[in-house]
Design a protein around this ligand. Structure first.
Ligand code: FAD
Length: 291
């Protein structure tokens, strides 16, 4: 592609404005579990398409003109270069409108925002990923990254929890992940007659997980706050310190750049200080101790 220096500069200025949405097109929509679908988005502008990058754990703000804007984690492969997956659950006004769009439709995207998962801290260590329901979406880029550089990490285990077997996200990818060297254990709250796996909360999986070197283990988790609370309790019992545990928080968010205060958690803003936090840094503000 041949671009004049002026045009390149103009593109850079537009993309670097954190308030400005860029137009993306829906390339494909994959129905995942009830009320949840993955949207693969591509930038219409080829210059932005070529320069867009994100780190596992970051999120974008997706904008539907006349409806509103929502924070959505990027569930794509970070090494992808064209299509950026976002796995979205219908919650209210904006996500409902998004769910009515078809491939080819356009919307606005600004980002990426937020702090990523601490992959550098995981090098050479055993890694436990704990996901509850749609909490697997922000962890999926980590899985792709671990698979791409598998030899750089120790044992990698993915613990999945869902209400029902139909609520387990991305089941079509599990075989590839296991073949790539990731152990997967799953559990459901309510089993169907065909389900032969575990029944119970995800923390039960932690209680019986082989942990050969707890001091060299990092745990990354995302899911309902109550699930994360009990995950920490189980992990502590297995010898993990709070500073070895990281979580992604999905608090209500509006500006995404640390100004409006909607996502304030204690002295931190989830949008710019998170959404990924080290547990000991954020624990005092989660307020679920009594649960
Ligand atoms: C950093 C971050 C990453 C996120 N990643 C994803 C993702 O990958 N996939 C996904 O489906 N959703 C994700 N969310 C949640 C998503 O932003 C909300 O579901 C969305 O904003 C709801 O907007 P709405 O207009 O559809 O619903 P609204 O009409 O605004 O709200 C509908 C209901 O959902 C509740 N709600 C709104 N926002 C949130 C929130 N952030 N957390 C919990 N409840 C909320 C409201 O209180 C209300 O009860 C993420 C949120 C954050 C902050």
């Amino acid at each position: 592609m041949n671009l004049s220096p002026l045009m390149t500069h103009a593109h850079a200025a537009v993309a670097d404005n954190p308030w400005l949405s860029q137009t993306v097109r829906i390339e494909s929509i994959t129905a995942e579990i009830p009320e949840v679908a993955t949207y693969e988005l591509a930038f219409v502008d080829p210059v932005l398409a070529a320069r867009y990058r994100f780190l596992p754990g970051q999120f974008n703000m997706l904008y539907l003109p006349g409806v509103g804007e929502v924070a959505i984690s990027i569930s794509a492969n970070p090494n992808s270069r064209e299509r950026w997956a976002h796995t979205i659950r219908v919650a209210g006004t904006v996500t409902q409108s998004l769910s009515r769009l078809q491939p080819g439709a356009t919307l606005g995207l600004r980002g990426p925002y937020g702090n990523p998962w601490p992959l550098a801290d995981c090098l050479g260590k055993d890694v436990i990923l704990v996901a509850g329901g749609i909490g697997l979406a922000p962890l999926r880029p980590v899985i792709y990254e671990l698979l791409a550089n598998r030899a750089k990490y120790g044992n990698v285990t993915l613990l999945l929890g869902a209400r029902t077997p139909e609520g387990l996200l991305y089941p079509g990818e599990y075989t590839d992940w296991q073949a790539g060297g990731i152990e997967i254990e799953s559990t459901v709250d309510r089993a169907s007659s065909e389900w032969t796996g575990n029944v119970g909360v995800v923390t039960l999986l932690i209680d019986r997980l082989p942990l050969p070197r707890p001091d060299q283990t990092v745990l990354l988790m995302c899911g309902p706050e109550v699930m994360m609370h009990f995950t920490v309790k189980s992990a502590r019992k297995r010898g993990l310190a709070d500073k070895q545990i990281w979580l992604s928080s999905e608090r209500n968010m509006q500006c995404a750049v640390g100004l409006c205060g909607h996502c304030q958690l204690g002295p931190t803003f989830v949008c710019k200080d998170g959404p990924v936090f080290r547990y000991d840094h954020i624990a005092p503000f989660l307020k679920v101790e009594g649960l």
